[in-house]
Design a protein around this ligand. Structure first.
Ligand SMILES: Nc1ncnc2c1ncn2[C@@H]1O[C@H](COP(=O)(O)OP(=O)(O)OP(=O)(O)O)[C@@H](O)[C@H]1O
Ligand SMILES: [Mg+2]
Length: 404
């Protein structure tokens, strides 16, 4: 065991995680309540029974759209009787779904709830219903989802992420941004606000509106947020690279992380205020790109590059198993780093991760989870893979939309 792990096991006596989870009309669950413990939780069951849905519900205890990036409307339980040939999801009107959890963080117990409410927005021309996610902490409605980061954070690996290093840059960017906001709660707000302003700017230009004053004001705001986003990403990457260099893992391949982005690169050479001016002029120059559907450069295009450090190999050229191991390596470094920095560990949501690892790596991962005292929610169709955790883990089986 390395020295960081020693420090961590002392720190992780401050246990954290979800001790009770309640779902209402969430995916296949009409009502589900699970009492859990602050250790490994193994969820097994046949295909399509609802294992991933439980992890997705947990991911909604953090900002964003959950581990599937789902539309809020798709999550509301579809009662089987309603599923007919003519079924159209958007036509189901009645209210909403909810996830609530009793969260432990050290000596504190906090009740966190998130739900979706259907509201009506009336304008002069029409009335339209829309889904709105609300978040409550100890019964109080909060205005920003970022607040959740004070009490809980989660990191997930899902089967969709098998293609994380090979496909387009957007999922890699979101993955990185989630790592950032575990440390810097404001980052969740910044990225959401940037996206919002970007859409507005894009739509104005697409509609041929040339209100220079308005466009300039949007560009100034986008540049200010964009530079803050780029700086926070750089800081996170530097933090993780340094951590990995000093505390290399003994089983999982160590990674080197890099950012490929115009704004992030500029911050190597220029002070933030100058980069902001550069970004404003970059946006102005790109106004015409919108009309021609050309790419818009900026923090919305930044790529997150991962290398297998020892081989000097870019992750996208590594084997499937190696790529999964690289991801695990990143989340382990993040978890340790976060525990040291914030004093509480994230919960790990590992969807079908272990089945793809060889025995040495599987056992190493389970051992690390145990050693670090993490709450890890692990799904699999095969309970026999977890024999080594039989005394520490809580084993849950999903069947008929219930958990035993
Ligand atoms: N809004 C919804 N309402 C009701 N059921 C839904 C809804 N959305 C998804 N489902 C169903 O939930 C079921 C369980 O899905 P889930 O992805 O959790 O299964 P799983 O146990 O992880 O399966 P696998 O082993 O194949 O990964 C699926 O059959 C799916 O069709
Ligand atoms: Mg699944």
């Amino acid at each position: 065991m390395d020295s960081a792990a020693l420090d961590l096991s002392a720190l992780s006596s401050e246990k954290s995680g979800v001790v009770r989870l309640t779902l209402t009309d969430f995916r296949n669950y009409a009502h589900l309540r699970i009492n859990t413990h602050l250790g490994p939780i193994i969820i097994t069951g046949e295909n399509g029974t609802g294992k991933t849905n439980i992890l997705e519900a947990l991911s909604f205890l953090t900002p964003g759209r959950g581990l599937r990036g789902a539309r809020l409307a798709d999550i509301k339980r579809i009662a089987p009787a309603l599923v007919t040939d003519e079924y159209l999801p958007t036509e189901i009107t009645n209210a909403a779904w909810a996830v609530s959890a009793l969260v432990v963080k050290g000596d504190e117990e906090i009740e966190i709830g998130t739900a979706v409410e259907r509201s009506l927005r009336e304008s002069a021309e029409e009335a339209r219903s829309f889904d709105k996610r609300i978040v409550k902490i100890d019964g109080q409605k909060i205005t920003s989802q970022a607040e959740l980061g004070r009490y809980i954070s989660a990191i997930w690996i899902t089967p969709q992420m098998d293609r994380l290093f090979r496909g387009g840059s957007q999922p890699r960017r979101s993955f990185l941004d989630r790592l950032v906001y575990a440390f810097d709660m404001e980052h969740a707000k910044r990225t959401a606000n940037f996206e919002h302003l970007y859409k507005e700017w894009y739509q104005l230009l697409k509609a041929g509106k040339s209100d220079n004053h308005w466009l300039t004001s949007l560009e100034e705001n986008m540049a200010a947020l964009g530079v803050a986003i780029a700086a926070a990403r750089r800081e996170q990457i530097a933090k993780l690279n340094t951590f990995i260099e000093h505390e290399p893992d003994d089983v999982f391949p160590n990674v080197r992380l890099e950012l490929e982005g115009t704004i992030e690169k500029k911050l190597d050479k220029l002070p933030a205020v100058e980069v902001e001016d550069f970004y404003i002029s970059l946006l102005k120059k790109q106004r015409q790109n919108v009309m021609f559907n050309d790419n818009i450069d900026g923090v919305n295009r930044t790529d997150f590059k991962v290398y297998y450090r020892r081989k000097g190999m870019p992750a996208e050229l590594c084997s499937t198993g190696e790529q999964k191991s690289l991801l695990i390596s990143i989340i382990l470094a993040q978890t340790k780093c976060q525990t040291l920095n914030k004093g509480f560990a994230p919960i790990l949501l590992l969807d079908e991760v272990v089945a793809h690892l060889d025995e040495v790596k599987r056992e190493a991962l389970l051992e690390k989870i145990r050693e670090l005292g993490l709450q890890a929610w692990i799904t699999s169709t095969d309970p026999s893979l977890f024999a080594s955790l039989k005394d520490e883990a809580l084993f849950l089986e999903v069947k008929n939309n219930q958990v035993k």
